[in-house]
Design a binder for this molecule. Structure first.
Ligand code: C2O
Ligand code: CU
Ligand code: CU
Length: 542
Protein backbone atom coordinates (compact mmCIF):
# COMPACT_ATOMS: atom_id res chain seq x y z
CA UNK A 1 0.00 0.00 0.00
CA UNK A 2 2.62 2.44 1.02
CA UNK A 3 4.62 1.63 -2.01
CA UNK A 4 1.50 1.95 -4.10
CA UNK A 5 0.60 5.21 -2.55
CA UNK A 6 4.07 6.51 -3.06
CA UNK A 7 4.00 5.39 -6.62
CA UNK A 8 0.50 6.65 -7.25
CA UNK A 9 0.65 9.91 -9.03
CA UNK A 10 -2.21 11.34 -6.95
CA UNK A 11 -0.46 10.83 -3.63
CA UNK A 12 3.06 11.74 -4.68
CA UNK A 13 2.75 15.51 -4.47
CA UNK A 14 1.26 15.16 -0.96
CA UNK A 15 4.20 13.06 0.24
CA UNK A 16 6.59 15.45 -1.37
CA UNK A 17 4.88 18.33 0.38
CA UNK A 18 5.09 16.50 3.69
CA UNK A 19 8.77 15.82 3.09
CA UNK A 20 9.36 19.44 2.24
CA UNK A 21 7.43 20.51 5.31
CA UNK A 22 9.47 18.12 7.47
CA UNK A 23 12.73 19.45 6.22
CA UNK A 24 11.44 22.98 6.55
CA UNK A 25 10.47 22.27 10.14
CA UNK A 26 13.90 20.80 10.82
CA UNK A 27 15.55 23.74 9.19
CA UNK A 28 13.42 26.14 11.15
CA UNK A 29 14.21 24.30 14.36
CA UNK A 30 17.92 24.38 13.55
CA UNK A 31 17.71 28.05 12.68
CA UNK A 32 15.86 28.85 15.89
CA UNK A 33 18.44 26.89 17.84
CA UNK A 34 21.26 28.66 16.11
CA UNK A 35 19.63 32.02 16.63
CA UNK A 36 19.15 31.27 20.31
CA UNK A 37 22.79 30.30 20.63
CA UNK A 38 23.90 33.42 18.79
CA UNK A 39 21.62 35.63 20.88
CA UNK A 40 22.66 33.99 24.12
CA UNK A 41 26.37 34.12 23.40
CA UNK A 42 25.93 37.62 22.06
CA UNK A 43 24.25 38.65 25.29
CA UNK A 44 26.91 36.86 27.33
CA UNK A 45 29.68 38.56 25.38
CA UNK A 46 27.91 41.88 25.74
CA UNK A 47 27.55 41.35 29.46
CA UNK A 48 31.14 40.21 29.87
CA UNK A 49 32.52 43.03 27.83
CA UNK A 50 30.28 45.96 28.60
CA UNK A 51 28.65 45.26 31.94
CA UNK A 52 31.13 43.22 33.87
CA UNK A 53 33.94 45.19 35.47
CA UNK A 54 37.18 43.50 34.58
CA UNK A 55 38.77 44.31 37.93
CA UNK A 56 35.46 44.14 39.75
CA UNK A 57 34.90 43.75 43.46
CA UNK A 58 36.97 46.72 44.59
CA UNK A 59 35.93 48.00 47.99
CA UNK A 60 37.90 51.27 47.75
CA UNK A 61 39.56 51.08 51.13
CA UNK A 62 43.04 52.43 50.62
CA UNK A 63 43.62 56.15 50.92
CA UNK A 64 44.93 57.39 47.58
CA UNK A 65 48.66 58.01 47.86
CA UNK A 66 49.77 61.45 46.76
CA UNK A 67 53.40 61.61 45.58
CA UNK A 68 55.59 64.13 47.42
CA UNK A 69 56.17 67.31 45.53
CA UNK A 70 59.63 68.83 45.35
CA UNK A 71 60.58 72.41 44.55
CA UNK A 72 64.34 71.88 44.64
CA UNK A 73 66.85 74.22 46.22
CA UNK A 74 68.31 77.31 44.62
CA UNK A 75 72.08 77.10 44.27
CA UNK A 76 73.74 80.11 42.66
CA UNK A 77 70.62 81.12 40.81
CA UNK A 78 69.85 77.63 39.53
CA UNK A 79 67.14 75.44 40.93
CA UNK A 80 68.60 72.08 41.78
CA UNK A 81 66.74 68.80 42.08
CA UNK A 82 68.05 65.42 43.15
CA UNK A 83 66.45 62.28 41.81
CA UNK A 84 67.77 58.90 42.89
CA UNK A 85 66.62 55.81 41.06
CA UNK A 86 66.77 52.68 43.18
CA UNK A 87 65.13 49.39 43.89
CA UNK A 88 62.68 48.99 46.74
CA UNK A 89 59.54 47.14 47.67
CA UNK A 90 55.97 48.04 48.46
CA UNK A 91 52.88 46.29 49.74
CA UNK A 92 50.25 46.99 47.09
CA UNK A 93 48.05 43.96 47.71
CA UNK A 94 47.29 43.10 51.34
CA UNK A 95 49.98 40.92 52.89
CA UNK A 96 52.09 40.76 49.73
CA UNK A 97 55.44 42.41 49.14
CA UNK A 98 56.21 43.50 45.62
CA UNK A 99 59.79 44.20 44.54
CA UNK A 100 59.79 47.58 42.83
CA UNK A 101 61.96 50.44 41.66
CA UNK A 102 61.29 54.11 42.12
CA UNK A 103 62.68 57.63 42.31
CA UNK A 104 63.52 58.93 45.82
CA UNK A 105 61.27 56.15 47.10
CA UNK A 106 60.14 52.59 46.40
CA UNK A 107 57.57 53.26 43.67
CA UNK A 108 57.07 56.22 41.29
CA UNK A 109 58.81 59.48 42.08
CA UNK A 110 58.09 62.93 43.48
CA UNK A 111 56.18 65.53 41.50
CA UNK A 112 58.84 67.96 40.29
CA UNK A 113 57.49 71.53 40.37
CA UNK A 114 59.06 73.86 37.85
CA UNK A 115 58.54 77.47 36.91
CA UNK A 116 58.84 78.97 33.49
CA UNK A 117 61.95 81.07 33.06
CA UNK A 118 64.00 79.31 35.74
CA UNK A 119 67.30 77.60 35.16
CA UNK A 120 67.26 74.09 36.55
CA UNK A 121 69.72 71.30 37.24
CA UNK A 122 68.30 67.82 37.64
CA UNK A 123 70.83 65.45 39.14
CA UNK A 124 69.86 61.86 38.49
CA UNK A 125 71.68 59.14 40.40
CA UNK A 126 71.37 55.55 39.24
CA UNK A 127 71.42 53.08 42.11
CA UNK A 128 69.96 50.28 40.00
CA UNK A 129 72.22 47.48 38.90
CA UNK A 130 71.51 48.24 35.27
CA UNK A 131 71.87 51.18 32.90
CA UNK A 132 69.10 53.74 32.94
CA UNK A 133 68.41 57.23 31.56
CA UNK A 134 65.92 59.92 32.57
CA UNK A 135 63.77 61.63 29.97
CA UNK A 136 61.70 64.79 30.53
CA UNK A 137 58.66 63.92 28.46
CA UNK A 138 57.16 67.00 26.81
CA UNK A 139 59.96 69.37 27.80
CA UNK A 140 61.79 71.62 25.36
CA UNK A 141 65.40 70.75 26.17
CA UNK A 142 68.73 70.50 24.34
CA UNK A 143 69.29 67.03 22.88
CA UNK A 144 72.09 66.19 25.30
CA UNK A 145 69.77 66.98 28.24
CA UNK A 146 66.85 64.95 26.91
CA UNK A 147 67.65 61.69 28.70
CA UNK A 148 67.27 59.48 25.65
CA UNK A 149 69.12 56.18 25.06
CA UNK A 150 72.14 58.37 24.21
CA UNK A 151 72.49 59.79 27.74
CA UNK A 152 73.19 56.57 29.59
CA UNK A 153 73.58 56.59 33.35
CA UNK A 154 75.56 53.55 34.42
CA UNK A 155 74.96 51.80 37.74
CA UNK A 156 76.37 53.86 40.59
CA UNK A 157 76.80 56.93 38.40
CA UNK A 158 75.00 60.25 38.24
CA UNK A 159 74.01 62.48 35.33
CA UNK A 160 72.90 66.08 35.32
CA UNK A 161 70.39 67.68 33.01
CA UNK A 162 70.65 71.48 32.91
CA UNK A 163 68.28 73.68 30.98
CA UNK A 164 66.02 76.68 31.18
CA UNK A 165 62.32 76.01 31.61
CA UNK A 166 61.05 77.81 28.55
CA UNK A 167 57.49 76.74 27.89
CA UNK A 168 54.02 77.34 29.20
CA UNK A 169 52.39 75.77 32.24
CA UNK A 170 51.86 72.09 31.48
CA UNK A 171 51.51 68.69 33.14
CA UNK A 172 54.65 66.88 31.97
CA UNK A 173 56.29 63.73 33.31
CA UNK A 174 59.62 61.96 33.48
CA UNK A 175 60.62 58.36 32.91
CA UNK A 176 63.63 56.24 31.94
CA UNK A 177 64.42 55.75 28.25
CA UNK A 178 67.19 53.12 27.93
CA UNK A 179 66.70 51.39 24.62
CA UNK A 180 65.15 47.98 25.04
CA UNK A 181 64.41 48.24 28.77
CA UNK A 182 62.22 51.33 29.10
CA UNK A 183 59.08 49.23 29.50
CA UNK A 184 60.55 47.06 32.24
CA UNK A 185 61.91 49.98 34.25
CA UNK A 186 58.70 51.99 34.05
CA UNK A 187 56.70 48.88 34.92
CA UNK A 188 58.77 48.40 38.08
CA UNK A 189 57.86 51.93 39.08
CA UNK A 190 60.37 54.41 37.71
CA UNK A 191 58.50 57.53 36.55
CA UNK A 192 57.04 60.70 38.00
CA UNK A 193 55.22 63.92 37.27
CA UNK A 194 56.80 67.21 36.30
CA UNK A 195 54.50 70.21 36.38
CA UNK A 196 55.34 73.64 35.05
CA UNK A 197 53.75 76.84 36.29
CA UNK A 198 53.82 80.26 34.69
CA UNK A 199 52.18 83.69 35.05
CA UNK A 200 49.08 82.44 33.27
CA UNK A 201 48.58 79.45 35.55
CA UNK A 202 49.20 81.75 38.55
CA UNK A 203 46.48 84.12 37.41
CA UNK A 204 43.84 81.50 36.62
CA UNK A 205 41.19 80.86 39.25
CA UNK A 206 41.78 77.10 39.47
CA UNK A 207 42.21 74.64 42.33
CA UNK A 208 45.92 74.66 43.20
CA UNK A 209 46.23 73.03 46.62
CA UNK A 210 48.33 69.98 45.89
CA UNK A 211 46.72 66.78 47.09
CA UNK A 212 43.72 68.74 48.40
CA UNK A 213 41.88 70.05 45.38
CA UNK A 214 44.65 69.68 42.79
CA UNK A 215 45.10 65.93 42.55
CA UNK A 216 47.74 64.05 40.55
CA UNK A 217 46.48 60.77 39.11
CA UNK A 218 49.04 58.40 37.63
CA UNK A 219 47.04 55.60 36.05
CA UNK A 220 48.81 52.26 35.59
CA UNK A 221 47.79 48.66 35.04
CA UNK A 222 49.79 45.82 36.51
CA UNK A 223 49.66 42.07 36.73
CA UNK A 224 50.73 40.34 39.95
CA UNK A 225 52.20 36.89 40.55
CA UNK A 226 50.72 34.78 43.34
CA UNK A 227 53.53 35.80 45.67
CA UNK A 228 53.07 39.51 44.95
CA UNK A 229 55.79 40.18 42.38
CA UNK A 230 54.90 42.20 39.29
CA UNK A 231 54.39 39.97 36.29
CA UNK A 232 55.92 41.49 33.17
CA UNK A 233 54.46 39.32 30.43
CA UNK A 234 53.91 40.11 26.80
CA UNK A 235 50.45 39.78 25.36
CA UNK A 236 50.07 40.65 21.67
CA UNK A 237 53.52 42.24 21.84
CA UNK A 238 52.94 44.51 24.85
CA UNK A 239 52.30 44.34 28.59
CA UNK A 240 48.74 44.67 29.86
CA UNK A 241 47.66 44.31 33.46
CA UNK A 242 44.37 43.41 35.07
CA UNK A 243 44.97 45.25 38.34
CA UNK A 244 44.84 49.01 38.47
CA UNK A 245 47.24 51.14 40.50
CA UNK A 246 46.52 54.84 40.90
CA UNK A 247 49.60 56.72 42.17
CA UNK A 248 50.74 53.25 43.16
CA UNK A 249 47.60 52.67 45.25
CA UNK A 250 45.51 49.56 44.81
CA UNK A 251 41.78 49.77 45.60
CA UNK A 252 41.97 53.53 46.23
CA UNK A 253 39.58 56.05 47.72
CA UNK A 254 40.04 59.81 47.76
CA UNK A 255 38.20 62.12 50.14
CA UNK A 256 37.78 65.63 48.85
CA UNK A 257 35.71 68.65 49.79
CA UNK A 258 32.32 68.93 48.11
CA UNK A 259 33.41 71.46 45.55
CA UNK A 260 35.26 71.75 42.26
CA UNK A 261 38.32 69.47 42.15
CA UNK A 262 41.11 69.48 39.60
CA UNK A 263 42.64 66.18 38.51
CA UNK A 264 45.84 65.97 36.50
CA UNK A 265 45.81 62.60 34.79
CA UNK A 266 48.75 60.75 33.32
CA UNK A 267 48.40 57.47 31.50
CA UNK A 268 51.63 56.01 32.84
CA UNK A 269 50.78 52.51 31.64
CA UNK A 270 53.03 50.54 29.34
CA UNK A 271 50.39 49.81 26.72
CA UNK A 272 46.77 50.15 27.77
CA UNK A 273 44.60 52.91 26.36
CA UNK A 274 41.85 54.24 28.65
CA UNK A 275 38.44 55.63 27.87
CA UNK A 276 37.75 57.42 31.11
CA UNK A 277 34.58 58.70 32.75
CA UNK A 278 32.60 58.51 35.96
CA UNK A 279 30.21 55.68 36.81
CA UNK A 280 27.36 58.18 37.15
CA UNK A 281 28.24 59.69 33.76
CA UNK A 282 28.73 63.07 35.37
CA UNK A 283 29.86 65.88 33.17
CA UNK A 284 33.32 67.38 33.72
CA UNK A 285 35.53 69.92 31.99
CA UNK A 286 38.86 69.18 30.38
CA UNK A 287 41.12 72.19 30.83
CA UNK A 288 44.54 71.01 29.66
CA UNK A 289 46.23 68.58 27.28
CA UNK A 290 49.83 67.31 27.13
CA UNK A 291 51.46 70.68 26.52
CA UNK A 292 49.27 73.20 28.34
CA UNK A 293 45.85 74.70 28.88
CA UNK A 294 43.14 74.55 26.26
CA UNK A 295 41.75 77.92 25.20
CA UNK A 296 38.44 77.24 26.92
CA UNK A 297 37.19 74.44 29.18
CA UNK A 298 35.83 71.51 27.21
CA UNK A 299 32.58 70.09 28.54
CA UNK A 300 32.48 66.31 28.25
CA UNK A 301 31.80 63.07 30.08
CA UNK A 302 34.50 60.88 28.53
CA UNK A 303 38.21 61.21 27.86
CA UNK A 304 40.60 59.03 25.88
CA UNK A 305 44.11 58.71 27.28
CA UNK A 306 46.80 56.66 25.54
CA UNK A 307 50.15 55.79 27.16
CA UNK A 308 52.19 58.96 27.64
CA UNK A 309 49.21 61.31 27.27
CA UNK A 310 48.05 63.72 29.99
CA UNK A 311 44.88 65.63 30.65
CA UNK A 312 43.66 68.00 33.33
CA UNK A 313 40.01 67.98 34.26
CA UNK A 314 37.76 69.94 36.62
CA UNK A 315 35.03 67.95 38.31
CA UNK A 316 32.25 69.46 40.39
CA UNK A 317 31.52 67.50 43.58
CA UNK A 318 29.28 70.15 45.17
CA UNK A 319 26.38 67.70 44.99
CA UNK A 320 28.20 65.66 47.65
CA UNK A 321 27.57 62.42 45.77
CA UNK A 322 30.24 59.72 45.62
CA UNK A 323 31.47 58.76 42.18
CA UNK A 324 33.83 56.14 40.81
CA UNK A 325 36.33 57.13 38.17
CA UNK A 326 36.48 54.23 35.76
CA UNK A 327 37.25 53.21 32.22
CA UNK A 328 34.83 52.01 29.59
CA UNK A 329 35.14 49.54 26.75
CA UNK A 330 35.07 51.85 23.81
CA UNK A 331 37.42 50.52 21.19
CA UNK A 332 36.43 48.57 18.13
CA UNK A 333 34.69 45.26 18.67
CA UNK A 334 37.81 43.22 17.98
CA UNK A 335 39.83 45.03 20.58
CA UNK A 336 36.96 44.88 22.99
CA UNK A 337 36.63 41.14 22.56
CA UNK A 338 40.42 40.98 22.78
CA UNK A 339 40.11 42.91 26.01
CA UNK A 340 37.97 40.13 27.38
CA UNK A 341 40.04 37.20 26.15
CA UNK A 342 43.56 38.47 26.36
CA UNK A 343 43.40 41.40 28.72
CA UNK A 344 44.31 43.92 26.04
CA UNK A 345 42.12 46.72 24.83
CA UNK A 346 40.59 49.35 27.04
CA UNK A 347 37.97 47.33 28.93
CA UNK A 348 35.88 48.08 31.97
CA UNK A 349 38.11 48.94 34.89
CA UNK A 350 37.43 50.73 38.12
CA UNK A 351 40.08 53.30 38.97
CA UNK A 352 39.24 55.38 42.04
CA UNK A 353 36.33 56.17 44.31
CA UNK A 354 35.91 59.84 45.15
CA UNK A 355 34.06 60.56 48.35
CA UNK A 356 33.06 64.20 48.88
CA UNK A 357 33.12 65.55 52.42
CA UNK A 358 31.60 68.79 53.71
CA UNK A 359 33.37 71.72 52.08
CA UNK A 360 35.50 73.98 54.24
CA UNK A 361 36.39 76.47 51.56
CA UNK A 362 34.28 77.97 48.76
CA UNK A 363 34.49 76.35 45.35
CA UNK A 364 36.62 77.71 42.56
CA UNK A 365 34.81 78.95 39.53
CA UNK A 366 35.09 77.64 36.03
CA UNK A 367 37.31 80.06 34.11
CA UNK A 368 35.81 81.06 30.79
CA UNK A 369 39.16 81.49 29.17
CA UNK A 370 42.31 79.53 29.98
CA UNK A 371 44.85 80.22 27.29
CA UNK A 372 45.34 81.56 23.83
CA UNK A 373 46.61 79.18 21.21
CA UNK A 374 47.36 80.56 17.80
CA UNK A 375 46.89 77.98 15.10
CA UNK A 376 49.97 77.25 13.03
CA UNK A 377 49.07 77.38 9.35
CA UNK A 378 49.89 74.48 7.07
CA UNK A 379 51.17 76.98 4.51
CA UNK A 380 53.91 78.02 6.96
CA UNK A 381 55.46 74.57 6.91
CA UNK A 382 58.85 74.32 5.21
CA UNK A 383 58.75 70.56 5.00
CA UNK A 384 56.40 67.60 5.16
CA UNK A 385 57.55 64.19 6.33
CA UNK A 386 55.66 60.91 6.13
CA UNK A 387 55.62 58.77 9.27
CA UNK A 388 54.22 55.37 8.35
CA UNK A 389 53.55 53.32 11.45
CA UNK A 390 53.54 49.52 11.36
CA UNK A 391 53.87 49.25 7.60
CA UNK A 392 56.09 46.67 5.92
CA UNK A 393 59.73 46.40 7.00
CA UNK A 394 62.07 47.65 4.29
CA UNK A 395 65.06 45.62 3.19
CA UNK A 396 67.87 46.66 5.48
CA UNK A 397 65.37 48.39 7.77
CA UNK A 398 66.44 46.25 10.69
CA UNK A 399 68.93 47.46 13.23
CA UNK A 400 72.63 46.77 12.89
CA UNK A 401 73.93 43.95 15.02
CA UNK A 402 74.38 44.72 18.66
CA UNK A 403 72.70 48.08 18.76
CA UNK A 404 69.44 46.88 20.22
CA UNK A 405 70.88 45.66 23.46
CA UNK A 406 68.65 43.74 25.77
CA UNK A 407 65.16 43.59 24.40
CA UNK A 408 62.40 44.81 26.63
CA UNK A 409 59.74 42.97 24.79
CA UNK A 410 58.55 41.27 21.70
CA UNK A 411 60.97 38.38 21.82
CA UNK A 412 60.01 36.15 18.94
CA UNK A 413 57.85 38.87 17.36
CA UNK A 414 59.07 41.07 14.59
CA UNK A 415 59.18 44.70 15.64
CA UNK A 416 56.78 47.27 14.25
CA UNK A 417 58.63 49.65 11.95
CA UNK A 418 58.25 53.37 11.36
CA UNK A 419 58.78 54.20 7.68
CA UNK A 420 59.86 50.62 7.12
CA UNK A 421 62.68 50.81 9.65
CA UNK A 422 63.30 49.60 13.17
CA UNK A 423 65.20 51.72 15.66
CA UNK A 424 68.93 51.83 15.15
CA UNK A 425 70.83 54.03 17.58
CA UNK A 426 73.60 54.53 15.04
CA UNK A 427 71.28 55.74 12.26
CA UNK A 428 69.83 59.25 11.92
CA UNK A 429 66.43 58.96 10.29
CA UNK A 430 65.48 62.59 9.82
CA UNK A 431 67.32 65.91 9.82
CA UNK A 432 65.30 68.97 10.74
CA UNK A 433 66.52 72.48 10.20
CA UNK A 434 66.37 74.77 13.21
CA UNK A 435 63.68 77.39 12.75
CA UNK A 436 61.55 75.34 10.40
CA UNK A 437 57.92 74.55 10.85
CA UNK A 438 57.23 70.99 9.75
CA UNK A 439 54.23 68.84 9.06
CA UNK A 440 54.51 65.14 9.90
CA UNK A 441 51.94 62.94 8.25
CA UNK A 442 51.36 60.01 10.55
CA UNK A 443 49.61 56.99 9.04
CA UNK A 444 48.84 53.77 10.83
CA UNK A 445 49.06 50.76 8.51
CA UNK A 446 48.85 48.23 11.31
CA UNK A 447 45.97 46.57 13.08
CA UNK A 448 46.25 48.25 16.48
CA UNK A 449 46.34 51.83 17.71
CA UNK A 450 49.73 53.49 18.26
CA UNK A 451 50.27 56.64 20.35
CA UNK A 452 52.88 58.61 18.38
CA UNK A 453 55.23 60.78 20.45
CA UNK A 454 57.76 63.38 19.33
CA UNK A 455 60.50 64.64 21.63
CA UNK A 456 61.53 68.31 21.99
CA UNK A 457 58.35 69.89 20.68
CA UNK A 458 54.72 70.38 21.46
CA UNK A 459 52.71 70.06 18.26
CA UNK A 460 49.28 70.93 16.97
CA UNK A 461 47.00 68.51 15.20
CA UNK A 462 46.39 69.92 11.76
CA UNK A 463 43.80 67.38 10.77
CA UNK A 464 42.72 63.79 11.31
CA UNK A 465 41.55 61.87 8.26
CA UNK A 466 41.08 65.21 6.53
CA UNK A 467 38.90 66.65 9.28
CA UNK A 468 40.07 69.69 11.24
CA UNK A 469 40.62 69.00 14.95
CA UNK A 470 37.98 69.69 17.54
CA UNK A 471 37.69 69.52 21.31
CA UNK A 472 40.81 68.40 23.16
CA UNK A 473 42.68 67.91 19.88
CA UNK A 474 42.85 71.71 19.63
CA UNK A 475 45.35 71.72 22.49
CA UNK A 476 49.14 71.42 22.49
CA UNK A 477 50.18 67.77 22.23
CA UNK A 478 53.37 65.74 22.33
CA UNK A 479 51.66 62.38 21.93
CA UNK A 480 48.81 61.64 19.55
CA UNK A 481 46.79 58.45 19.33
CA UNK A 482 46.64 57.06 15.81
CA UNK A 483 44.11 54.23 15.45
CA UNK A 484 44.42 51.66 12.63
CA UNK A 485 43.91 53.25 9.25
CA UNK A 486 43.99 56.80 10.58
CA UNK A 487 45.90 59.58 8.90
CA UNK A 488 46.89 62.38 11.28
CA UNK A 489 48.82 65.47 10.24
CA UNK A 490 50.70 67.22 13.02
CA UNK A 491 52.46 70.56 12.70
CA UNK A 492 55.24 71.89 14.88
CA UNK A 493 57.88 74.60 15.02
CA UNK A 494 61.47 73.54 15.70
CA UNK A 495 62.51 76.76 17.34
CA UNK A 496 65.25 75.73 19.67
CA UNK A 497 68.29 73.61 20.35
CA UNK A 498 70.30 72.57 17.37
CA UNK A 499 72.85 69.84 17.88
CA UNK A 500 74.70 68.41 14.90
CA UNK A 501 75.40 65.11 16.64
CA UNK A 502 72.88 64.10 19.25
CA UNK A 503 69.43 63.11 18.03
CA UNK A 504 65.99 63.34 19.55
CA UNK A 505 63.51 60.47 19.37
CA UNK A 506 60.07 59.95 17.91
CA UNK A 507 58.29 56.73 18.70
CA UNK A 508 55.21 54.81 19.61
CA UNK A 509 54.59 55.27 23.34
CA UNK A 510 53.42 51.70 23.82
CA UNK A 511 56.64 50.94 25.62
CA UNK A 512 57.10 47.40 24.37
CA UNK A 513 56.64 48.60 20.78
CA UNK A 514 59.23 51.29 21.42
CA UNK A 515 61.61 48.85 23.11
CA UNK A 516 61.20 46.49 20.21
CA UNK A 517 62.20 49.08 17.63
CA UNK A 518 59.17 51.28 16.91
CA UNK A 519 61.30 54.39 17.24
CA UNK A 520 63.33 56.72 15.06
CA UNK A 521 65.85 59.51 15.55
CA UNK A 522 65.97 63.08 14.30
CA UNK A 523 68.63 65.74 14.44
CA UNK A 524 67.93 69.44 14.62
CA UNK A 525 70.66 71.37 12.80
CA UNK A 526 71.30 75.04 12.26
CA UNK A 527 70.71 76.63 8.93
CA UNK A 528 72.57 79.90 9.06
CA UNK A 529 70.85 83.00 7.85
CA UNK A 530 67.45 81.64 6.94
CA UNK A 531 64.43 81.39 9.19
CA UNK A 532 60.93 80.89 7.92
CA UNK A 533 58.07 82.98 9.15
CA UNK A 534 57.46 81.61 12.62
CA UNK A 535 54.29 82.27 14.51
CA UNK A 536 54.85 84.23 17.70
CA UNK A 537 57.04 82.55 20.18
CA UNK A 538 55.73 79.20 21.29
CA UNK A 539 53.93 79.01 23.64
CA UNK A 540 51.72 82.05 23.75
CA UNK A 541 50.40 82.55 27.21
CA UNK A 542 51.52 86.05 28.11
CU1 C2O B 1 57.70 59.53 27.13
CU2 C2O B 1 60.48 59.13 24.27
O1 C2O B 1 59.13 59.28 25.69
CU1 CU C 1 59.32 62.19 25.32
CU1 CU D 1 52.69 51.00 19.00
Amino acid sequence: METDARLSGAVRPQAATRLREDSHRQLRRAATGLLTIVLLSGATCYWLVFVRITNGGLSFENELLIPDQIFGTVVEGRRQFRLTVAEGSREFLPGKRTPTAGVNGPFLGPTVRLRRGEDVDLIVRNNLDEVTTMHWHGMHVPARMDGTPHQKIRPGEAWMASFQVDQQAAPLWYHPHPHGTTGRQVYRGVSGLMWIDDDNSDALDLPKAYGVDDIPLVIQDRRFEEGGAFRFALNQGAVYGNTMLINGTWNPILRVESRRIRFRLLNGSNARIYYIGFDDDRVFHQIATDGGFLETPLRTDRLILAPGERAEILVDFSDGAEAVLRTYAEAGLLETIGGFFGGIGNGNLQLLKISPQPAVRPSHGLPERLNSISRIRASDAAKTRPMVLAGPLQRGGGPLRGVRGRRGGGAGRPGLPINGKLMDMSRIDEVVRLGDIEIWEVTNRGGQPHPFHVHLVQFQILDRNGQPPSGAELGWKDTVLVPPGDFVRIIMPFERYADPEIPYMYHCHIMEHEDNGMMGQFLVVERPGHFVNLPERLPSTS
